[in-house]
Design a protein around this ligand. Structure first.
Ligand SMILES: [Fe+2]
Ligand SMILES: [Fe+2]
Length: 261
């Protein structure tokens, strides 16, 4: 099931006009996904507070903070300090689709292909070296191997089928592959949650060695980057490709209407 009922609303984050862009007013009504779409740097704040902007991105900031028992003013203050001065940190919602595709491949796909095999080897080394420690991450290397296989398969389909269609402006043929990729993203989310559980929420024991700590730090970074990757596809690239083909449209309130075609 596709999960972008709302692409945007009338409520916006206010920016000061000077560069670099700095959010000066944070409205707590926009959803988490809208906030990250407007300012990708906000993702780090949400990750830090454990606020899921990707799979549960349709909640308002206010609602998500209440649910997590976090003071919304604390999060809002951190969001207002997020700077977006690098090209990667700019919002992607109004960029050409081909540019978004290039960015996804370069920043996320290539990095996953490079890092996952290294992380599998590191997890195996930590598991084997500390085989006598009950706190070691049992089964983590195996879980990373499963993630690697599933992700490699997913990236191959995106780069070989879906992205060329989007680049070629063939939005009319993207509905089925987008639906499939979106479902696979949900499976990846489940796999990442399992990875986090096996890695004890990425908290190493006090006396853990440098490799063990490096493994958890790298996995935390991989997870955060994975969320941003999926957010960019689910909430920006895919809706825009479908919108260009007339599969979805928005009414005057910004609510997305699914076409019956
Ligand atoms: Fe992707
Ligand atoms: Fe994807």
């Amino acid at each position: 099931m596709l999960f972008f009922k709302r692409i945007s609303s009338g409520t916006r984050i206010a920016w000061c006009s000077c560069e670099p862009k700095v959010a000066t007013v944070i409205d707590t009504n926009p959803t988490l996904e809208q906030i990250v779409t407007a300012n990708p740097g906000a993702a780090e704040v949400f990750v830090r507070h454990g606020l899921d902007f990707c799979y549960r991105g349709q909640r308002s900031l206010d609602e998500a903070c209440k649910e997590a028992g976090i003071d919304v003013r604390t999060v809002a203050a951190e969001l207002s300090a997020v700077r977006s001065d690098s090209p990667d940190e700019r919002g992607w919602s109004d960029r050409p689709l081909a540019e978004i595709v290039d960015h996804i491949i370069e920043r996320y796909h290539d990095t996953l292909r490079r890092d996952l095999p290294l992380l599998i080897a590191l997890a195996r080394k930590v598991e084997e070296t500390h085989a006598d420690r009950p706190t070691r991450p049992v089964g983590l290397a195996e879980q990373l191997e499963r993630i690697h296989a599933a992700v490699e398969n997913h990236l191959t389909k995106e780069e070989g089928i879906l992205f060329p269609l989007i680049r070629a402006g063939r939005g009319d043929t993207t509905y089925v592959p987008i639906n499939l990729m979106t479902r696979e993203h949900e499976d990846h989310g489940e796999s990442l949650r399992r990875m986090r559980a096996l890695a004890h929420d990425f908290v190493a024991p006090e006396d853990a060695c440098a490799s063990w700590r490096r493994l958890y730090r790298s996995l935390a970074r991989l997870e955060a980057e994975f969320w941003r990757h999926i957010h960019l596809e689910n909430y920006v690239l895919f809706p825009r490709a479908l919108q260009a083909a007339g599969f979805i449209s928005q009414d005057s309130t910004g609510t997305t209407i699914r076409s019956t075609r």
